[in-house]
Design a protein around this ligand. Structure first.
Ligand code: LLP
Length: 434
């Protein structure tokens, strides 16, 4: 069984990523290393945005930096025409470095500190607030220079997500202005002199049901429409967020983005007409869909252990890829030099971290792996490197971009010096010269 994306190839039983040997990449750059396919990122971006643009020209894609913040990736999506969705000041710093114009940065922080509000105001970004209570605070910080534009993130009362913790709207969610506050929030903004408005939602992540996106858009429009009428405001854009899922399991259904684009645009325009909203820009904020399946994590087998179960030890752990430990997420795996071999063993693939949750796969069928083999872990492009840590004092991994059959290092592997770069030891505690 070898069921992978087209940029992954099986050449005589060996894995190639964008035309480059996975084993060669592991030799050249070491392991663990995240490898991204530029072509796949481009293809994902075009497929999704065009699915909307085909039916509604004024559709835009804002890329959420949190999903994969490598500057090379950011430059790539900026070059494709994306705006940036930022959730922290440092994400704005990266977005600007990657060439995103301030006018195409949406600052969607939640539970903001005062200095973050001041930062977003000073930078002149489009600000997306998460609660009614934040409006007065923001305006206090703005003083006389009140922003002319404001967006509000709405919690439309329902959400969805692949895992419980990936549901970002509904009663348990910490995000968004709840529906009964929406009118008061826009009224308040208007009273503060805001003239231009946006409306936003982000109701969950990794949603694989096509019709969900249609239903939730309708719900947002049914909240937005009556309020716009009542308050006499209009929306420059309607941002339906990200959440577009990808297939992690073999054989899992892929989203039908053409269907989603067509149907979302249908309900969007119908509701715009019904409520007299004109034709606002339709924004989407996909992270995972753009970069998720374009990334492969390469790791090397370090040891094999037959205990109560068989354990295949690899040099990537929960410090490298947190998703399996945090959500119980499934990531497909291939032994890079054994693609044609039968998956005759059932093993747990585990990392070197001193926690029993450091298990990247449980009871996974794989061909018998040997020490030194390279294992490719798929769908590592989204929330992979970014959620990594230095836990157990392990430097973070390298990142590589493959394009036109060539590999380039886009983030150096961290060194020991990166571990204690910012640490200061009081003089009285320092060891004497040995
Ligand atoms: N917009 C906002 C405001 C967001 O907070 C997010 C993701 C996105 C867009 C992009 O969502 P996507 O299209 O990638 O679903 N760590 C989790 C995912 C958390 C998503 C957080 N917010 C994971 O590893 O699955």
């Amino acid at each position: 069984m070898f069921e992978v994306k087209d940029y992954l190839e099986n050449r005589k039983g060996r894995l190639y990523i964008g035309g480059v040997s996975a084993e060669g990449l592991a030799d050249e750059f070491g392991t663990p290393t995240y490898v991204y396919s530029e072509e796949r990122i481009r293809a994902n971006y075009d497929r999704l945005l065009n699915a909307f643009k085909r039916h509604y020209k004024d559709s835009e894609l804002y890329y959420p930096i949190k999903c994969n913040n490598n500057l090379a990736v950011l430059n790539l999506v900026r070059g494709l025409g994306a705006g940036a969705d930022c959730s922290s000041p440092a994400e704005v710093y990266l977005a600007k470095k990657a060439g995103f114009k301030r006018s195409r940065i949406l600052y969607s922080g939640n539970y903001l500190r005062d200095d973050e509000m001041q930062f977003a105001l000073k930078e002149g970004l489009h600000i997306n607030l998460d609660d009614l209570s934040q409006i007065d605070r923001l305006m206090k910080h703005a003083g006389k220079k009140k922003p002319g534009f404001l967006c509000l993130r709405i919690n439309p009362g329902m959400g969805a997500g692949k895992f419980k913790n990936l549901v970002f709207a509904g009663p348990d969610a910490k995000f968004g202005v709840i529906d009964k506050h929406v009118e008061a929030a826009y009224r308040k903004a208007k009273e503060h002199g805001v003239k231009r408005f946006g409306i936003h939602m982000m109701t969950g992540s990794c949603i694989t049901e096509d019709d969900y996106f249609v239903g939730i858009t309708e719900r947002l429009m049914d909240l937005a429409g009556p309020i716009a009428r009542k308050l006499g405001i209009s929306f420059e854009f309607v941002d339906i967020g990200g959440g577009f899922g990808i297939a992690y399991q073999p054989g899992e259904k892929e989203l039908d983005v053409n269907y989603i684009g067509k149907r979302v645009v249908e309900v969007f325009t119908k509701k715009c007409d019904q409520y007299g909203l004109g034709r606002p820009t339709l924004k989407i904020e996909p992270g995972r869909y753009v970069v998720g399946d374009a990334g492969v994590l390469l790791t090397r087998v370090t040891s094999l252990k037959q205990a109560y179960k068989k354990f295949v030890g690899v040099d990537a752990g929960m410090n490298t890829l947190l998703r399996p430990a945090l959500y119980g997420a499934y990531h497909q795996m291939f032994v890079a030099n054994k693609l044609n071999e039968a998956r005759t063993e059932k093993v747990n693939v585990v990392g070197p971290i001193c926690e029993n949750s450091d298990q990247l796969a449980k009871d996974r069928e794989l061909p018998p792996a040997e020490v030194g083999d390279v294992i490719a872990i798929l769908n590592g492009g989204a929330y992979g490197f970014g959620m990594g840590s230095q836990y157990n004092t392990r430097p973070r991994s390298a990142e590589v971009l493959v394009h036109a059959g060539k590999a380039e290092l886009i983030r150096e592997r961290e060194t020991f010096a990166d571990i204690d770069r910012h640490v200061r030891v009081p003089k009285r505690l320092r060891a004497g010269k040995p």
